[in-house]
Design a protein around this ligand. Structure first.
Ligand SMILES: CC(C)(COP(=O)(O)OP(=O)(O)OC[C@H]1O[C@@H](n2cnc3c(N)ncnc32)[C@H](O)[C@@H]1OP(=O)(O)O)[C@@H](O)C(=O)NCCC(=O)NCCS
Length: 175
């Protein structure tokens, strides 16, 4: 089912489940983030084919992969999965949100996150975690705006581009 939202966009933003036809955009966002940012702590991008299995596995597990569409163009996506694998973490998820560069700064991530949080509430999620590179001030500002609070910083737990990276952990309780 697709839901339409009003934002700063001139056209309505529609949020719907990701379909295989959207995976070229998902892959392009992944490649951009891997090659040019510390949003993902990985140096080699996955090939396009990886995302076929990625989507199928998430769907089979009942996990959301939602895309935002503006005038028929995919503008970004959001997803969550288990925070950690052990059963005791079953009410806690960790999410990722990516917006196509040309659509940034127009409220798309906010719309995607609102839809994701609605999905999480319906799925009996108690806490949503964001693990964000501490230098990603834009993402930290976004999550603060969405009500997440920083609960800790893990210094130098990552390495990319020949430097140590700190991980900021942010938390949004839903119940
Ligand atoms: C971070 C990201 C998802 C934000 O998407 P977006 O659609 O531009 O975000 P929104 O327009 O919904 O922003 C909502 C609020 O978040 C904050 N925010 C978002 N991006 C920001 C930035 N680059 N700098 C400062 N604040 C920012 C602002 O408060 C903004 O409200 P405002 O525009 O009224 O000031 C997007 O820049 C992106 O995809 N970045 C690359 C991937 C990434 O870092 N993902 C997160 C990994 S943890």
């Amino acid at each position: 089912m697709a839901t339409a939202y009003a934002t700063e966009e001139a056209s309505p933003v529609t949020v719907r489940d990701c379909e295989p036809r959207d995976l070229d955009v998902v892959h392009a966002l992944h490649v951009d983030a891997v090659l040019h940012s510390t949003a993902i702590w990985q140096e080699e991008p996955h090939p396009r084919e990886y995302f076929d299995g990625w989507l199928a596995e998430r769907r089979a597990a009942g996990l959301p992969v939602l895309v935002a569409e503006v005038d028929g163009t995919v503008a970004g996506y959001v997803t969550y999965s288990a925070f950690r694998p052990h059963q005791g973490y079953r009410h806690t998820v960790e999410h990722s949100v990516y917006v196509v560069p040309a659509f940034r700064g127009r409220g798309i991530a906010t719309v995607l996150m609102d839809a994701l949080v609605a999905h999480a509430r319906a799925a009996d999620v108690h806490v949503v975690i964001a693990g964000i590179c501490s230098s990603n001030t834009g993402s930290i500002a976004l999550h603060e705006r969405l009500g997440f609070t920083t609960v800790g910083v893990l210094p130098e737990v990552g390495r990319k581009f020949d430097r140590w990276l700190d991980l900021t952990l942010m938390r949004l309780p839903l119940s």
